[in-house]
Ligand binder design. Structure first.
Ligand code: NAG
Ligand code: NAG
Ligand code: NAG
Length: 533
């Protein structure tokens, strides 16, 4: 063990001097000086030392009574354990530690208490016998049915002559089994008739039948099928309650003002064909002569979405580029949420929006299709569809003559008109004549002249038309003469539908010729005359 030591550190101009002192022999305890512990629990007192490598310990009480505890020494520590704590531990304990010639002592006071349980409420039966004399002859007993609960003989000294009231009391907690049993208080005064030799005590007795009542309790409700119902459903609620006498059951509905409206005096309440108004709080009460106990349950009647309607503004048929608002309304309880979807070609729905109004801004042709609004809540769903048609003015009309706009008399010529892939478009193929226009009977926009005549020369015009607009194209057919040949042709009237993808296979060629053609070609009588020469 080092003695006193001085260390000197030199740093710049400052000198630090540190003293390290040797440790003195000291004793410590835990708890420090006092502890409070409940009878029956356990407690350990600890004593420890510093400044000594191998101290020895001893414990004792202030008045040198037995320790009533176990000692355990371990190096510089000693522990005193009391388990369980009893009255015998209510002492001041002294720990003494010795290190060579040094001796240190410390005291811990242990206080005990007992307070282990909640208080109990006890009922008792008391039998009172008034105005007794001589009361040293009195014997009283209390019986429950046939069994004696308590008995006492009042063998007391009579200091003076007086009438005294004596009583006998016994704790008594009635149980259900006690119902119907009798409580009997029997008092005997052991007096003897003067000329009788046999003891015939005077006797009085009071009898009381026990009636045990139990407040209704544990009132419980069983609901079938559920407290969440749909309009039109039925529900059965059964209520039970415990008590003595057995509680009667009453079913009520809680009104908005908090009052109860009596519905039934039966344990089972069945509600059929439920409406939204049947939602609310139902109260079951178990009632007997001494009280009541209630239980509430909430029923919620849910209405599946219905009357789903869609309004389209301005119209379900639109021109490309315009905007449309589609607004959906629906009814139900709880309030249905709205889901707007688009129906895909395979019938699946692609969700678009949960807003009431679905707005399409500057629509395109591809936006055409079926839109579905669904009203959805826990009780179900209801849908409404709307078909949106986006129309496009005819465009990309091609009017061509195959094989050429310049043919020889007797050749075959096909004049065909195609439009872009715009649905709902009419195509009218015409020939301009001096007399007016002749509409040609074309098939899918194609008009075939098997043996072209000189009269067939001239201006052909194709008009492509739908609700949104129309477009015109024309070409001039030039027919070079041979000899004779005069097939008569009488054109017929017909209006045709344009289905562009059904047109002649040689689309490439048609486009080639079309480019060569004079799209805006105008009819010239002079040219027509020339061509006939
Ligand atoms: C209780 O139920 C019985 C038969 O189940 C029926 O006759 C009686 O009317 C019901 N009482 C009430 C108050 O609903
Ligand atoms: C769609 O609704 C919005 C918001 O109410 C309105 O500003 C807009 O003009 C409507 N569009 C059409 C095409 O009705
Ligand atoms: C729904 O409406 C809100 C506000 O009116 C808007 O911000 C949101 O973009 C809309 N959602 C869809 C998917 O249209």
């Amino acid at each position: 063990m080092p003695g006193k030591m001085a260390m000197i550190f030199g740093a710049s101009n400052i000198l630090w001097i540190v003293f390290a002192a040797s440790q003195a022999f000291k004793i410590e305890t835990s708890p420090e000086s006092r502890t409070l512990v409940q009878i029956g629990d356990s407690v350990s007192l600890m004593c420890s030392t510093t400044g000594c490598e191998a101290p020895s310990f001893s414990w004792r009480t202030q008045i040198d009574s037995p320790l009533n505890a176990k000692v355990r020494n371990e190096g510089t520590k000693s522990t005193l354990t009391m388990d369980p704590v009893s009255f015998e531990n209510e002492h001041s304990y002294l720990c003494t530690a010795t290190c060579g010639s040094k001796k240190e002592e410390k005291e811990i006071k242990v206080d005990v208490y007992s307070f282990p349980k909640d208080p109990e409420i006890q009922l008792s039966v008391k039998c009172v016998v008034p105005d007794v004399y001589p009361f040293d002859r009195l014997e009283v007993e209390l019986l429950k049915g046939d069994s004696r609960m308590k008995h006492q003989e009042f063998l007391e000294d009579m200091e003076r002559k007086s009438l005294e009231t004596k009583s006998l009391e016994v704790a008594f907690t009635p149980t259900l089994e006690d119902t119907g049993k009798a409580l009997v208080c029997r008092a005997q005064l052991h007096m003897f008739e003067t000329d009788s030799e046999e003891a015939s005590p005077k006797e009085r007795e009071t009898y009381r039948e026990l009636q045990v009542y139990i407040l209704p309790k544990n009132t419980a409700i069983h609901v079938h099928p559920s407290t969440s119902l749909q309009e039109g459903d039925s529900v059965t609620m059964t209520c039970s309650s415990e008590g003595l006498p057995a509680p009667e059951i009453f079913w009520n509905k809680k009104l908005d003002n908090g009052d109860l409206q009596l519905l039934s005096g039966n344990a089972t309440l069945t509600l059929i064909a439920m409406k939204v108004e049947d939602s609310g709080i139902y109260v079951c009460q178990g009632v007997n002569v001494i009280g009541a106990n209630g239980k509430e349950i909430e029923l919620i009647v849910k209405v599946a979405p219905t009357d789903t309607t869609v309004s389209v503004n301005p119209s379900a048929v639109l021109e490309e580029g315009s905007s449309v608002n589609m607004t959906c309304t629906t009814r139900g309880l709880p309030s249905p949420k709205i889901l707007w979807s688009r129906q895909l070609s395979n019938g699946d729905l692609q969700p678009l929006s949960e807003n009431t109004t679905l707005t399409l801004i500057s629509t395109k042709m591809e936006d055409s299709g079926i839109y579905v609004c669904e009203g959805i809540n826990e009780a179900g769903r209801s849908r409404k569809e709307v078909e949106l048609i986006i129309q496009v003015a005819p465009k990309d009309i091609q009017l061509t003559a195959f094989p050429s706009e310049s043919v020889k008399e007797g050749d075959m010529v096909i004049i065909s008109c195609t439009c872009g892939n715009v649905p709902e478009t009419w195509i009218i193929l015409k020939k301009k004549t001096e007399m007016g226009d002749t509409v040609l009977k074309s098939i899918d926009g194609a008009y075939t002249i098997h043996k072209v005549q000189l009269e067939d020369a001239g201006v052909y015009e194709c008009e492509s038309k739908n609700k949104v607009g129309s477009e015109l194209r024309s070409l001039t057919l030039d027919v070079k003469g041979r000899e004779n040949n005069k097939d008569y042709f009488s054109p017929e009237l017909l209006v045709l539908y344009c289905i562009s993808f059904l047109i002649i296979p040689a689309i490439g060629m048609i486009i080639y010729f079309a480019r060569k053609a004079n799209m805006k070609g105008s009819y010239s009588l002079v040219d027509a005359q020339k061509s006939k020469v």
